[in-house]
Ligand binder design. Structure first.
Ligand SMILES: [Cu+2]
Length: 72
């Protein structure tokens, strides 16, 4: 029973985190990744073009500092 309760707590925390993320404005999101809003929009589009999730794409950008971006 205790296990179920902590599992519920974790899921709730997770949901709360997701809700917060979605409530962030595009300006906030861009700032979070150190990008301008314009750049953020471009990267979002690039991620979609590459069929990558946003998280994967951000990781990729940060890993190779945006070099050879369209090569992978
Ligand atoms: Cu990518």
């Amino acid at each position: 029973m205790k296990k179920i309760t902590s599992l519920l707590t974790v899921s709730l925390l997770f949901l709360t985190a997701c809700g917060t993320e979605q409530a962030m404005s595009i300006e906030d999101q861009a700032a979070k990744y150190g990008m301008t809003v314009e750049r953020y929009r471009e990267e979002k589009a690039a991620a979609a073009r590459m069929n990558m999730s946003w998280e994967e794409h951000v990781k990729m950008i940060q890993d190779d500092s945006g070099m050879n971006h369209d090569m992978h």
